[in-house]
Design a protein around this ligand. Structure first.
Ligand code: ADP
Length: 180
């Protein structure tokens, strides 16, 4: 069952030695604050260089290089994981601007990229719940529903780890996963 493929930890995603960690990037792919900054700092300059090359290739995409809800994959520089999947969450604007579907797209596209490369263990941060202001409880329900659905469709993915950095997100996921 898909539920048993979901794991929850509280911590720093840069330390996850998995097939891919997901970055809550911004649409420029040029790095930023929060988890994005932490990933780029820990990965070193090669990650930035690879992101710059991809951004150049995708520069004509509207809302791009990587629009909200989309994802791209790179190597991982000095990180202990093998790949980084950069996805761009929606900025919360009250909920009436398609935020839910865009956030679901982040999880869906990231897992699609992972499955396409036969990656089996993927770690996600709580996309959009920092600077982008998505309400944490709503974001967690979108994340869990979408990941469950994807795991059902793609049995080759062995594990999805939600890495919660802040205690509030960790508690919300614990509750929703029934591990209170
Ligand atoms: P966004 O712009 O998508 O909101 P942020 O990086 O501001 O992205 O925040 C997304 C989530 O990432 C937040 O819940 C924040 O607590 C979390 N976060 C910040 N640093 C790390 C880290 N090193 N590992 C895992 N999660 C992190």
């Amino acid at each position: 069952m898909s539920e048993t493929k979901i794991e929850l930890i509280q911590g720093d995603i840069t330390q996850a030695a998995v097939d891919a960690i997901v970055n809550a990037a911004n649409s420029s792919l040029m790095g930023g604050g929060g988890v994005d900054g932490a990933i780029h700092r820990a990965a070193g300059p090669s990650l930035h260089e690879e992101c710059m090359r991809i951004a150049q290739e995708l520069k004509d995409i509207p809302g791009g290089p990587c629009p909200a809800g989309e994802a791209v994959i790179t190597g991982a520089g000095m990180l202990p994981c093998k790949n980084v999947i950069h996805t761009v969450g929606p900025v919360w604007q009250g909920g009436g601007r398609g935020e839910r579907e865009l956030l679901a797209g982040c999880y869906r596209k990231s897992l699609l990229l992972a499955a396409g490369r036969a990656l089996k263990v993927i770690a996600f941060p709580n996309i959009s719940t920092g600077v982008y202001g998505y309400p944490k409880r709503e974001a967690a329900s979108v994340a869990l529903e979408t990941v469950w659905e994807c795991l059902e469709k793609r049995p080759q993915i062995e594990k999805v780890i939600f890495v919660c950095f802040d205690h509030e997100n960790f508690q919300i996921y614990r509750e929703m996963l029934g591990v209170v």
